[in-house]
Write a protein that binds this ligand. Structure first.
Ligand SMILES: Nc1nc2c(ncn2[C@@H]2O[C@H](COP(=O)(O)OP(=O)(O)OP(=O)(O)O)[C@@H](O)[C@H]2O)c(=O)[nH]1
Ligand SMILES: [Mg+2]
Length: 321
């Protein structure tokens, strides 16, 4: 199972304390205590591994390295090493303490999320004409500490939606190198999958059923993965007894999840046409086609039909096929 919503605690390294020391050389007895090192900061960066949040399954605390204590003979304490947390690109970082939100939409560009503490001054920096042998030093400041909720929302161009068993995963696998499980029963797909078709990202999510927004079936929690897609492909099986009803069920669940989702550009595709008599199919889909324009009526077993859907994607997203 991919982990797509998890709360962690981060604590950047504390700054090291400055030190009180005096010059060891025979002739010079002046202050020589070094400063503390700064604490290691914590960064978050996007990577392409969608499973990257797995690292937090058991270990939910991330602690930056503390800065070293200042040393004698003017030597400063070592700086704590920075830490970079890898999260799947598409992760939204909610800082539950500051209410700030950061969208991790790029790969390999680290964003600072907790700053390490400053090192304290050693006694060397307290010297003055009035105080030639200072015994003061400063403590380091604590590193920032926050609770972060990491929520993965896929970044895809096209989201595939529909009832279970309508061919969503079949279509994803036919067009891309994804290997989403396909089988002739409901809820074959238990977690979302992405595939790339000539630069366009397609997201296959588990099937929805009536009442999904109230938790029926696998619920609608996976809809968050298509919140950021521009286009929805709504698949309906030709085997359905009532395609208009199936269509409405999904539309209601989309709207229940978020109005923004319901407003997305949508293309309705009838699948499994090879399994149904043509005249019967025309009759069955009539009430639906009066309400929405059907983009394609296809068999996902037919290569030419798959190619047509590929061309549709290319024309919608500008990708080259
Ligand atoms: N004959 C035929 N079979 C199809 C077609 N599309 C899908 N299938 C079959 O229908 C079954 C369901 O396909 P899936 O791709 O697993 O359906 P899904 O929509 O991903 O289903 P869930 O993951 O359960 O939501 C599989 O046995 C497919 O081989 C089609 O156009 N024609
Ligand atoms: Mg599936």
């Amino acid at each position: 199972m991919i982990i797509d919503d998890i709360t962690i605690h981060i604590h950047a390294g504390d700054g090291g304390a400055g030190t009180v020391a005096f010059d060891k050389n025979m002739n010079a007895k002046g202050p020589a205590g070094g400063n503390g090192g700064r604490g290691g900061s914590i960064y978050i960066q996007g990577i392409s591994d969608l499973g990257a949040l797995r690292q937090f399954r058991f270990k939910k605390d991330v602690k930056g390295e503390d800065g070293g204590v200042g040393r004698s003979q003017f030597r400063d304490g070592a700086d704590g090493k920075d830490i970079t947390i890898n999260v799947p690109v598409g992760t939204v970082v909610h800082n539950l303490d500051t209410n700030e939100t950061i969208d991790i939409t790029e790969i390999n560009s680290p964003v600072l999320v907790a700053k390490g503490g400053k090192g304290g001054k050693g006694n060397f920096l307290f010297r003055s004409s009035k105080n030639t042998t200072p015994t003061q030093h400063q403590e380091g400041t604590p590193g920032e500490a926050f609770t972060l909720r990491l929520e993965l929302k896929f970044i895809a161009d096209i989201g595939l939606v529909g009832l279970p068993n309508v061919g969503k995963s079949t279509l994803l696998n036919a067009l891309t190198n994804a290997k989403s499980k396909v089988a002739n029963y409901h809820f074959t797909t238990l977690e979302p999958h992405l595939g790339v078709f000539h630069g366009s990202i397609l997201a296959d999510i588990p099937g929805l059923i009536e009442g999904a927004s109230e938790g029926k079936g696998l619920g609608i929690k996976f809809l968050k993965h298509i919140e950021r897609t521009r286009i929805l492909f709504h698949l309906i099986s030709a085997e359905s007894q009532d395609p208009l009803h199936d269509y409405t069920v999904i539309r209601n669940e989309l709207a229940a999840h978020s109005p923004a989702l319901a407003e997305k550009e949508e293309y309705v595709i009838i699948t499994k046409k090879d399994l149904v008599d043509e005249t019967e199919l025309t009759k069955k889909i009539q009430p639906l086609s009066k309400k929405v324009s059907l983009k394609e009526v296809v068999s996902l077993e037919d290569e030419d039909d798959i190619k047509r859907i590929g061309s549709l994607i290319s024309s919608l997203t500008g990708s080259q096929s």
